[in-house]
Design a protein around this ligand. Structure first.
Ligand code: ADP
Length: 689
């Protein structure tokens, strides 16, 4: 199992991630809640404060404008009503006054005008005109003598019931500057008898540069910030006209005209139409503003004191920004604190997860490095105890497993040994069984042979005995032929003797099978002796009996008497079954033993007899037909002797041409005899081999 699985849990699904998210949410919600509450209350408080401020400023400016108006009117009236001025102007107009006096009077009047002009900014021109409109005294001496009879201010002043007139704001036709004119009728200082009312001397016309005086003063005032504006407006038909230049419209005076009903003209139109109050609306620039509206009835002017919404809310925005910053810092701190807190909680859990994975993968030795005093420490302790118990259990299991494995290994060895023993036992049993079977078969064969032998013996013995009995009877009947019969009987007795002899030989061989004494001997002399014995018989039969011995001594380990029997039987048969010709006896050394050959030129053995000639009492057709007497036991004895000596015998014969018997005898028949004791040796009886 991968030991880093715990680290692969996506953050958003991990405990750490969830804890972080929860803590961040709590921090964010609290900061955002506090911020929102602060924002709402601050915003409304600010609005209230600005409302009050705007109203105060607007009222102040309304009062200030009215004061300004009254002051201008009062100054005009002062010039016109001043007793000294009245007297001087009156004297100036009088034809009785001399030129010098007039010049002095004019100086005096102009001085008073200058005095006033110097004390008030924006008093651009002051003139005193007679009833005909001719300027008699002026701050500008060049104007003296000019007529203002057509001047609107002069006409309205002279016609005014209360003797004073204020000409509304206009633009000077030449300079283009905004001006106002204040006019006041000038009376004579005292009444006389002819005219109970003081006589009208003319009018004082004061021209005020609005830009220099009113507009500057109107513009002044703290509390309007960087976007605050004060606008003087008046209504002209369906148009609202801006009277003063403002911060954002420096050339507005009488040049900025807005059609009433448009959104831009909304606030100014309200003011121009004597609606007072506080408004939040769009101003002539299309900006959202908060405005206090006042009306100055003396001039039928509207007054709008306004400030941009943005500026009002700037502190709120600043506050909001600060709150956001604080929230950010708080959240970052919360994340850091949460992270640190979460890590201290998650780290031991991660270690426990790793330890669990290690245990799951079979590693019980990795120590769990959680050292805490809290519940996680207790959990780690419990886990450690569990792992220790598991480790002990595993060790016990491993030990038990090792024991079982060792036992199993031993068991396997034992089983293997048992199997091997079993196999060798089975092999031995099979071997023994085979030996027993062979011995049994041999015993049975022997038994069968014995029965057959006994029956053959009794059968074979019966015929000579029967012959003897017959000859005896014949002798009784015909005593004359006694001699002849006795000869015949002698032959039968010989045969009987041979039978008995050979039967005895066979039984002796069988009896001595295990106890026959073997000794080393030279085979040549043995054969030579037999050949010499049969030499006379051969010669008598006209046969040549030749012996070709091996030149050296032929060492054979065997029983001399039995080997002599073997040679006798083969040589005798050769002499018996050879009517003419020769018999050759050969001995020669052969690898591991001796070869002994008896070759004759006799009648030969038919093929059908060859397989049987070594059987006891078997006589070949050739022997019977040739009336050659025999017992049929000779070759059986030969076969027995060859077997006892561990040798082999072969026969090769052709009818009418002769027969060859080849015997091979080992130098030491020990092993062969041992073999022979267990199983009958095979004797190849095929002729010609
Ligand atoms: P027998 O007494 O008949 O010779 P043997 O056992 O010696 O008995 O021989 C068995 C038979 O083998 C003989 O009857 C004969 O038919 C045949 N036989 C043995 N030797 C010779 C031989 N040299 N030539 C021809 N036939 C032979």
């Amino acid at each position: 199992m991968n030991p880093h699985v715990a680290m692969n849990v996506p953050l958003r699904r991990s405990l750490l991630g969830r804890l972080l998210a929860a803590l961040c949410c709590v921090a964010f919600i609290s900061v955002a809640g506090l911020g929102l509450a602060a924002y709402m209350s601050e915003r409304s408080a600010l609005r209230q404060q600005i409302y009050a401020q705007l109203i105060i400023i607007a009222d102040f400016k309304k009062g200030f404008t009215a004061l300004w108006l009254a002051e201008r009117r009062a100054d005009t009236q002062l010039l016109a009503s001043n007793k000294l001025n009245q007297e001087h102007f009156s004297d100036l107009l009088s034809p009785a006054t001399s030129s010098e006096e007039k010049a002095s009077l004019l100086d005096s009047l102009v001085d008073s005008m200058h005095l006033l002009q110097q004390s008030r900014p924006g008093y651009s021109q002051i003139v005193m005109a007679d009833v005909h409109g001719v300027i008699r005294a002026a701050t500008d001496p060049t104007l003296i003598g000019q007529s203002i009879a057509d001047d609107e201010a002069f006409i309205h002043t002279m016609a005014a019931p209360d003797g004073q007139y204020t000409q509304d704001l206009y633009l000077h036709p030449e300079t283009g500057r905004p001006e106002m004119k204040f006019g006041h009728v000038m009376h004579a200082a005292t009444a006389n008898d002819v005219e109970p009312q003081p006589a009208v001397l003319g009018a004082v016309i004061l021209t005020v540069d609005a830009e220099q005086s009113l507009f500057r003063l109107i513009d002044l005032g703290p509390g309007l910030g960087s976007t605050g504006e004060t606008m003087l407006v008046r209504s002209e038909g369906d148009t609202t006209v801006f009277l003063n230049n403002t911060r954002f419209a420096p050339e507005a005076a009488l040049n900025l005209r807005l059609r009433q009903g448009t959104p831009e003209a909304y606030l100014a139109t309200l003011a121009a139409n004597a609606v007072e109050g506080i408004q939040q609306a769009t101003d002539y620039r299309g900006q959202e503003v908060l405005a206090a509206i006042r009306y100055i009835p003396q001039l039928q002017w509207g007054l709008v004191v306004k400030i941009d919404d943005n500026e009002i809310l700037a502190p709120v925005y600043r506050l909001t920004f600060r709150l956001v910053m604080v929230a950010g810092v708080v959240i970052v701190l919360a994340v850091l604190v949460s992270w640190a807190l979460a890590r201290t909680l998650i780290k031991p859990l991660t270690q426990l997860v790793r330890a669990t994975q290690a245990v799951a993968s079979g590693d019980l030795r990795t120590p769990i490095a959680v050292q805490r005093q809290d519940e996680l420490g207790a959990l780690a302790g419990a886990f450690r105890e569990m792992v220790t118990a598991l480790d002990q259990r595993q060790r016990q299991l491993e030990a038990a497993h090792a024991e079982v494995a060792a036992f199993a290994e031993k068991n396997v060895e034992l089983v293997q040994q048992l199997r091997e023993l079993n196999a060798s036992l089975e092999e031995k049993v099979a071997e023994r069984t085979q030996e027993l079977a062979a011995a049994n078969a041999r015993l049975r064969e022997l038994d069968r042979l014995k029965s057959k032998f006994v029956s053959n013996v009794s059968h074979e013995l019966r015929s000579p005995i029967t012959s003897l009995r017959g000859f005896l009877e014949l002798m009784k009947i015909n005593p004359a032929k006694q001699e002849q019969y006795l000869a015949l009987m002698n032959a039968q007795v010989d045969l009987l003797g041979r039978y008995i002899e050979e039967i005895l030989e066979l039984s002796r061989l069988e009896q001595q099978r295990e106890h026959l004494v073997f000794a080393p001997l030279d085979f040549n002399p043995l054969v030579a002796s037999v050949v010499a014995t049969y030499q006379p018989q051969a010669e008598a039969a006209g046969l040549r009996l030749i012996f070709r011995p091996d030149p050296g001594p032929l060492q054979v380990r065997g029983n001399e008497e039995e080997l002599a029997h073997l040679v006798v039987n083969l040589v005798a048969n050769a002499v018996n079954y050879t009517p003419e010709g020769s018999i050759t006896v050969i001995t020669q050394a052969d690898p591991g033993g001796v070869q002994f050959v008896v070759q004759d030129t006799g009648i030969g053995i038919p093929d059908e007899d060859l397989p049987h000639i070594f059987e006891r009492f078997y006589r070949g057709q050739n022997a019977i037909q040739s009336q050659i007497r025999g017992t049929g036991l000779g070759l059986g004895i030969v076969k027995e002797i060859v077997q006892l000596h561990g040798g082999t015998i072969q026969v090769d014969s052709q009818v009418g041409r002769g027969t060859i018997f080849r015997v091979w005898l080992p130098s030491d028949p020990g092993p062969a005899r041992r073999r022979q004791s267990m199983a009958a040796p095979t004797v190849d009886l095929k002729p010609g081999d």
